[in-house]
Design a protein around this ligand. Sequence first.
Ligand code: FES
Ligand code: FES
Length: 178
Amino acid sequence: MGDRSAAAITLTVDGAVHRFSLPADTPLLAVLRNDLSRNGPKYGCGLGECGACTVLVDGIPARACVIPLGGVDGRSITTLEGLGNAAAPHPVQQAFIDAQAAQCGYCLNGMIMSTVALLARNPDPSDAQIRSALAGNLCRCGTHLEIIAAVRRAAVLIRAGTATTSPAAGATGTPPIA
Ligand code: FES
Ligand code: FES
């Protein structure tokens, strides 16, 4: 058995600083969903294999189901809810709506978060680069063509500056900790 005693851990989530006293091996996904009401990240496989739980850790896509809370102490987490909201969607969210890139929608959190990270480092990806960036995100409904179309549209929206581009747009909270 590992050490299950509580540890003091500080996270910035969608721009707001949160302090926890929890066992360091508590999965980040459990804290986001149960303690912070972030329901964008989904529990799929719980094994780091499907991508449904993807969040950005300091801008890098990561699997919240297998990340222990202690592993992200002091880090900045961005969730789907931190990108935007219904009134002011992030352009990637808007593009997925425009492309109707969902059937059940369970994979979309991971698809959108991975797309945000892709377009931050490559504003004009090829289809091959899109497929590669999303290869770790599984869609059981087979909406892959619509998802790729949504990523292409998101790239156009961002390059055109026609929608909000920064994570945490529409979200409120204190600035990230240093
Ligand atoms: S639920 Fe985390 S990768 Fe599947
Ligand atoms: S839309 Fe159902 S898993 Fe992708």
